[in-house]
Design a protein. Structure first.
Length: 193
């Protein structure tokens, strides 16, 4: 039987507790061996707007998952030169780990816009997809987009309902800029960093 890994990409600017909830939800509901968090090195859609430097985001992600069973962090995008398109990252992972069934984790907002991603149909050549419900969109929107994309690509998409998703890195950065407490929003080691 193939190993089953979740692949969770993002800016993680900074990593916060909702990111960890998504990873844990995927581990539990999809029976994954592990979830690999991959901080983005040079995300083409962000236009250099990251708040923290790539190495700092990588370190915060490492601190945030330290001691959490089934979670680890990879620097593969940060170490890679050039733009980091998801399809290319998944291709590299697939080639390096042919015996692993990859499941790429995305937020619901990404699922609803997936058909605008670079070579999105090829994502399913390398991985299944798991989209996590977020506040603000109905389950019907997710199911309709899932059905459309599965028909379009022949791919497999799992929909995961995970509690506690009403948190974003933007909210955390806003609290940092105002000097407010991060208690309950990020792991203590990330807040200290």
């Amino acid at each position: 039987m193939h190993k089953r890994w979740g692949i969770y990409g993002g800016s993680f600017d900074p990593l916060h507790n909702a990111h960890l909830m998504v990873a844990q939800c995927a581990l539990d509901k999809l029976a994954l061996e592990k979830v690999v968090l991959i901080p983005a090195g040079n995300p083409p859609h962000k236009g250099g707007s990251a708040y923290a430097a790539a190495r700092d985001r990588l370190q915060m992600a490492r601190l945030g998952v330290a001691g959490r069973a089934g979670m680890c962090v990879s620097d593969m995008e940060i170490a890679h030169d050039g733009p980091d398109y998801t399809v290319l990252t998944l291709q590299r992972l697939h080639e390096a780990h042919a015996d692993v069934q990859l499941t790429f984790l995305v937020g619901g907002d990404s699922l609803l816009n997936l058909d605008k991603w670079y070579q999105y149909r090829r994502l399913f050549d390398y991985a299944q997809l798991a989209a996590v419900y977020r506040p603000g969109a109905t389950a019907g929107e997710y199911r309709a987009q899932k059905d459309k994309l599965c028909l379009d690509t022949g791919g497999v998409i799992h929909l995961l309902e995970c509690p506690g998703m009403d948190l974003s890195s933007t909210m955390v950065r806003s609290r940092i800029s105002r000097g407010e407490s991060l208690d309950g929003l990020v792991p203590p080691a990330v807040a200290q960093y």
